[in-house]
Write a protein that binds this ligand. Structure first.
Ligand code: PLP
Length: 391
């Protein structure tokens, strides 16, 4: 069993999909200043790039890892602006906020795109992607979200990747909330590039993200970018030449991330982390259902990253009061992001284990009692909607 290293300073657990609860050792790694130009820091950057690349398994030699300052969205923008040529066209697979954000980014970049929009929580399927690609030969790239964090749905990325590869197009993946806890292997899922960030499943702190892309794609990206700061090609060339980031790197975040990468390996890599997060989700879902709460998604689509629950129908329930009652018990939860029904989300990632998840469900029960809510059952309309759409 992995040894947990939970918050020690009376902080609440962050049941949010990043920033998330980090270990004491990760926080401690930030108690030192680094010269960005110095060899010691260049060593951290080199190790970070090498360790992340190794995580995509056999075939990694054809890829490179380019870290980029900023939050995850900065890296999505860097990937889209650098790897999609100005005359390219992107099919964006949408089933939540992050797919919409990518489409909006392409609007800003002036890149031609079309959407396959599945609404709040249905997965885009390989057959649908194949049909759209066959009908539109101008599409050069497909953008897919691995785990759509707005509902927690685990999209069928291998199925989508197969359809894209068979149609001879290129796949760009937002694996922000999945990489490190869900396998993404170059040998199994054909992709051109994907992006993730420091403060999700590797359990580091915010400050940067990274793009893992085919070297060929990075080479071909020269001159594509609309932005100097977000030019992936330029950042890559500079890293290769000097071992340094182009502009001020988030030195403390990088040092913390190295500590997080060592802990990830000690836990058994992706498989070890996945096992802990799976158990977190299984415990959370079972304990919440036992208290009458309902999940938005059927079991088949539930990720081990974050779970969406319907708000109870009882008129005495209010999310604001529920949030405060959970916080008073040491848990920061997350509001829902659905258009069809009121919901809230509970993250399963970060330095927490199934024991903590059991306590979360107990806290939810106490919070309902405090509000005078008798049943956690959602409105019948929410459940009907779910069944109708899932049919
Ligand atoms: C967290 C996340 C992002 C990036 O969000 P930032 O707030 O910019 O870090 C993008 N896509 C998904 C799926 C995410 O979960």
């Amino acid at each position: 069993m992995p040894t947990m290293d939970p918050p020690r300073l009376g902080e609440p657990f962050l049941l949010t999909p990043g920033p998330l609860t980090t270990s004491f050792a990760v926080k401690q790694a930030m108690l030192r200043d680094w010269g960005s130009w110095d060899d010691d820091f260049r060593g951290l950057t080199a190790e970070l790039r090498a360790r992340l690349l190794e995580m995509i398994g056999p075939g990694w030699e054809a890829f490179d890892c380019v870290p980029m300052q900023g939050s995850g969205s900065f890296c999505v923008e860097a990937m889209l602006g650098s790897l999609v040529p100005r005359d390219g066209k992107v099919l964006v697979l949408v089933n939540g906020a992050y797919g919409h954000r990518a489409a909006r980014t392409l609007d800003y970049l002036g890149r031609n795109h079309v959407l396959l929009d599945k609404g709040d929580y249905l997965p885009p399927r390989g057959s649908e992607v194949a049909r759209m690609l066959a009908a539109d030969p101008a599409i050069t790239h497909v953008f897919a979200v691995h785990c759509e964090t707005s509902s927690g749905i685990l999209n069928p990325i291998a199925e989508i990747a197969g359809a894209v590869a068979r149609a001879g197009r290129k796949l760009l993946i937002d694996s922000m909330s999945a990489f490190g806890a869900l396998p993404l292997l170059a040998g199994e899922v054909p992709f051109e590039a994907f992006v993730s960030s420091a403060n999700k499943c590797i359990e580091g702190v915010p400050g940067f993200g990274f793009v893992i892309a085919r070297k060929q794609a990075l080479q071909a990206a020269k001159g594509n970018s609309h932005s100097l700061c977000l030019d992936l090609h330029d950042q890559w060339v500079h890293l290769e030449k000097t071992g340094q980031w182009r502009f001020t790197p988030p030195t403390h975040s990088v040092a913390a991330f190295l500590e997080a990468l060592h802990a990830h390996q000690a836990e058994g890599g992706v498989a070890g982390r996945a096992a802990r997060y799976d158990r977190n989700r299984d415990t959370l879902v079972a304990e919440m259902r036992a208290r009458g709460f309902e999940t938005l998604l059927r079991d088949e689509w539930l990720s081990s990253i974050i779970v969406t629950f319907f708000c109870p129908a009882d008129p005495r329930f209010s999310f604001g009061t529920f949030y405060s009652a959970m916080k008073a018990r040491g848990f920061i939860i997350y509001p829902g992001k659905l258009t069809v029904a009121d919901s809230f989300r509970i993250g399963c990632i970060g330095q927490l284990d199934h024991v903590v998840m059991g306590r979360v469900a107990e806290a939810a029960e106490e919070a309902l009692a405090e509000m005078g809510v008798i049943s956690a059952a959602p409105p019948a309309a929410a459940l009907n909607e779910r069944e109708k759409l899932a049919a």
